[in-house]
Design a protein. Sequence first.
Length: 375
Amino acid sequence: MLDLGTELAAWRRAGTPYALATVVGVSGSAPRPPGAALAVGADGTVVGSVSGGCVEGAVYALCQEALESGTPVLQRFGYSDEDAFAVGLTCGGVIDVFVQRGGDAAVEAALAAAERDIPVAAARVVAGPAELLGRVVTVVADQGVISTTGTYGADPALDASVIGETRALLDMGRSGLLTLRQDGRPCPEAAPEDVTIFVESRTPAPRLLVYGAIDFAAAVTRMGKLLGYRVTVCDAREVFATRRRFPDADEVVVDWPHRHLASVADTLDGRTVVAVLTHDPKFDVPLLELALRLGVGYVGAMGSRRTHDTRMERLREIGLTERELTALHSPIGLDLGARTPEETALSVFAEVVAGRTGATGLPLRVAGGPIHRAA
């Protein structure tokens, strides 16, 4: 839902009625993750997607019904080979889709924050007592100030419990389901009188820090933007670190890499990617000494195997432990036989994605396990 903040802005400002369908649960080989959403305006216009096409027609009909009735509904879609005309996921798996009419103040607050790229989480009741179904509490973290909108109108302890859980999920940039008693106590399995709440979080784009203004950096920058990163290119050499050479970067900085990294360290998180492409010891060693101790999501360094061995020796000499050194991806990227800058960028981000999801990096035709997996 929150990814549609910008698309729904015109409808919201014009007061145009709309219905919103959100994926709140997935299992098996589902094509879209929780939080994926589709919205239908009163004029029949559609934005977004919940399944990549498999069940969009059925979800569209549910949205039209919600627009007319105002009644929210939770619908499960799965694969069925018993009936060739059954509405299901042709790729297998199961998705749970929650549909409700827009206009709720808490939903509008969440979408407005998402449009402004402010960290926000919406906690919506998707199963439980009919009088609570569709109720939303929104938590916004704007420059360190936490604010909430909405109430469930039941036991105040339920609001307090959900707000606490939602803040924790927002801090981690994660979404998920909560199952609670109406008094806010957790419960392992939901009974009809219990409440199931889908918490959807949205945080600003993850950071990609590219150190070394070389041709490979331009390709890595373009790939990073394609994948949704906020990209910074940094190099100490002013002649190379220019906006003209890196038009796709969000910012181009002239500074010593380790000094720049230290200046932004408190803005980084576990999703941050640090790509060290200089393969020059005077830049690499002090930069990697800091990067490997920040707890970011990925640190990769370019260079030959000989360069890697020399670099590792120097890092050991300045005090990095073997445990800290295991976080270094060097030589950077997966073994794809990459030669061009674009192929190298593909190799780097293949390793980034595989590391984030815990995947093997093997061809799908030989690897076991689910094709789509959560981070």
